[in-house]
Design a protein around this ligand. Structure first.
Ligand SMILES: Nc1ncnc2c1ncn2[C@@H]1O[C@H](COP(=O)(O)OP(=O)(O)O)[C@@H](O)[C@H]1O
Ligand SMILES: [Mg+2]
Length: 204
């Protein structure tokens, strides 16, 4: 068992599962939380992650296969994607694919809530969405639009002015989703952000 990543809430281990390389994601206790609440949150997020990953798999979205889940030990075991995070290999074609995958995920009514270039892995030119801990079942288009907004922010913050990448992402989205409707909602989110920033300026 080898620790390969340690995030804010989970440890990721490379393990063997029935002779296959696999990833074990374990949510560790947080000492600053009340123990009962801590258990509740970790179990909820682990269940949520397993549930939404399964839903994504059923919808044909490219995510690691779920091998096993243990909700008493806050563990999930899944397929090991031996690749790189999207931000390391970013290009237009991948962003188009990231748009298509997101539309497919939205079609099975899952909003990811942390859809950034760090939470997509690329292996042999194929993209896989990971990190479903905050993902939710929802029919609300506004929650889905937040995923789009976050992804566009996540690559534009590192590559400002890459409008053609934004266009490619939307093109990908339009393959399986209603890009025109979502574009209006993303505009609304951006206006809200600006409104808050303006208000902050006047207050401080
Ligand atoms: N199925 C997987 N295959 C390969 N690497 C993975 C897999 N799942 C997670 N990782 C690695 O572990 C890191 C953290 O996992 P993630 O699920 O994003 O948890 P966190 O909530 O800590 O961000 C990822 O950025 C990736 O490098
Ligand atoms: Mg992550």
């Amino acid at each position: 068992m080898k620790l390969i990543a340690k995030g804010a809430e989970a440890e990721i281990y490379l393990v063997e599962y029935w002779d296959c390389k696999a990833i074990m994601k374990v949510r560790m206790p947080k000492p600053y939380r009340h123990p009962k609440i801590d258990l509740y949150i970790r179990e909820e997020r682990t269940r949520n992650e397993a549930r939404t990953m399964l839903r994504a798999l059923e919808g044909g979205v490219s995510v690691p296969k779920l091998y096993d889940a243990d909700f008493s030990n806050m563990k999930i075991i899944m397929e090991f994607i031996e690749g790189k995070p999207l931000y390391e290999v970013l290009k237009k074609e991948y962003l188009r694919e990231a748009g298509s995958l997101l539309a497919m995920l939205h079609n099975v009514n899952v909003a990811h809530w942390d859809y950034t270039t760090a939470n997509i892995l690329v292996k042999d030119n194929k993209l896989y969405i990971i990190d479903f801990g905050l993902a939710r079942y929802t029919e609300d288009d506004m929650e889905k639009a937040i995923d789009i907004h976050l992804m566009i922010r996540s690559f534009l913050s590192v590559h400002p002015g890459k409008d053609e990448w934004v266009r490619a992402f939307w093109e990908g989205y339009s393959k399986y989703g209603d890009a025109n409707k979502m574009r209006e909602l993303v505009k609304q989110i951006e206006l809200m952000g600006r409104y808050v920033r303006e208000r902050r300026k006047t207050v401080w």
